[in-house]
Write a protein that binds this ligand. Sequence first.
Ligand code: CP
Length: 354
Amino acid sequence: MAKSKPAKWTRKHLLGLEDLSAGEIRHLLDAAEEFLPYATGRKAAPQRLKGRTVLNLFCEDSTRTRTSFTLAAERLGARVVQFHAATSSLKKNETLLDTARNIEAMGLDAIVIRHPERGAPEAVAEAVNCSVLNAGDDAHEHPTQALLDFLAMRHKFGRLYHLTVAIVGDIRHSRVARSNLYGLSKLGSRVIFVGPPLFLEGLGDIAAPVETSTDLDAILPECDAVMMLRVQFERHEGVAFDLEDYKRGYPLTAKRLARAKRGAIVLHPGPINRGLEITDEVADGPQSVILHQVTCGVAVRMAALSLCVGALDRERKAAKPSPLTPPLSHKGRGRKKRGLSREGRGRGKSSAGA
Ligand code: CP
């Protein structure tokens, strides 16, 4: 597939991969590649978000995504505020949108949101003026997880087209599966959802062609990459899941993995149920890129925050001043005295440079 010129980045929000073009996805990945040397914090990163404030608005548990967004923003120079739903006024029936608007009124540049309701990030994005990045909403989208998966795959294969990727397990409840399908199919790869029939139900919300299989052993010889998913027991209320049947057909063991293409890689978004969907031997084995995925995640989030806040800056600069804003700031008056025109303002180096 010919590599087209990356699209210019114009979005102040990152809500999902369904709406992104292949060019925009490549743009994010190329930006993430540039941030990769700074992802572990051993080398000082460019301070693209210096003086900025990012809110981590997490209404669901998280280890990787919350930590990764925090480190990404802090390494770019931002201050990060951690919102903890369990000890917040959400417990006193304040709505999510009121919560977001109230914290934004204290001065925010970006909100990173994880929420158990599908569409919550989009609703917040419509209610506030800052950037909003989706850190996972119900079984809908988890865009930065899919982007970090793509970056790890691209490191191994040098491309993201003409690959066959099996995504295995609890597809029904997986936002990771959906974001991966949207992105990989746009980039020219084939995605096969694999699992017991129960986990392949309820995919009618997906706005892309879906290929499924209930036979992991049969499809493994076609696979360049195998992504194992966690069985999300916490979402199984009313779901008649047969654990013994699952253990027979779907865990990725070393014997099973030997059926995949030579050089196939193993991915997992985490958290892992060791011994259920994947054995220790495979999770910690030479074909596993699981920890590399996590490192890629920081670079992807640095890229996503920089690009979205950059687009927000351009929007803020282009916006008319609000009636509550003095016509010229103190700094602006000083510049006028020195003969700088209104048009001249903003052309210089921005304080954040994002
Ligand atoms: N992959 C992922 O979303 O992990 P966390 O739930 O720990 O953030």
